[in-house]
Design a binder for this molecule. Structure first.
Ligand code: GLU
Length: 209
């Protein structure tokens, strides 16, 4: 179980997320990644190994944007690899999820969703969360109302057995970052220039108390 960070506000998200991930390094990890929402699109950067590897990738291919989530992974399902590194996406690539914890009934959910046509790109338990939200969101008619999206997330999460802290972004709702937790730590930080999430307080201390 490793680290999650997230930011939604007025500053450049990428810098804040990288700094936050570094402050969570002590928790141990095998890979890392982040997703940033900018002008209606979500882009990912992921890497195996040290956060400095991710930093190198971002230096070559920077990500602008003021909303994002980051993750350090300690693999429980699926080898440490770029494809298995978080964030994970749904089929439309408009919903992304970072997750700490273990989804115990993921293989059952994965089979059900595969039968409905969902294509999975990783071996992780986490990826089912993104596809489950997609499925609920589609069932709700994809109406562009925050409340409807929250409800779709709520329904999706109620299907899960296990432990989780999650950060969820949707390209359709560029001003919100949806979070939830069950038996895993997650703290919220309210700042002047934006709001923050993290698995542990040290990641937030430079910005808010
Ligand atoms: N179970 C998830 C995975 O293997 C999350 C692991 C973690 O908490 O870092 O990808």
């Amino acid at each position: 179980m490793c680290g999650i960070v997230g930011y939604v506000g007025e500053r450049t998200a990428c810098t804040i997320l990288l700094e936050g991930l570094k402050r969570l390094e002590y928790r141990g990890y095998d890979s890392s990644g982040l997703a940033i929402l900018d002008r209606g699109e979500i882009q990912l950067r992921r890497s195996v190994g040290k956060i400095s590897n991710l930093q190198g990738i971002l230096k070559k291919n920077p990500l602008p944007g003021q909303v994002g989530v980051g993750h350090t992974r300690w693999a429980t399902h699926g080898i440490p690899s770029e494809e298995n590194a978080h964030p994970h996406r749904d089929c439309t690539q408009r919903i992304v999820v970072v997750h700490n914890g273990i989804i115990e009934n993921y293989s059952q959910i994965k089979s059900q969703l595969s039968r409905k046509g969902h294509a999975f790109l990783s071996q992780t338990d986490t990826e089912v969360i993104a596809h489950l939200i997609e499925e609920e969101w589609r069932a709700a008619g994809r109406r562009l109302k925050e409340k409807e999206f929250f409800n779709s997330v709520r329904k999706a999460l109620s299907t899960l057995e296990g432990a989780y802290a999650v950060g969820i972004l949707s390209a359709d709702f560029p001003e919100i970052l949806v979070v939830a937790r069950k038996d895993c730590p997650l703290v919220l930080g309210v700042g002047k220039d934006g709001n923050y999430i993290a698995s542990d307080i040290p990641a937030l201390l430079p910005h808010t108390r």
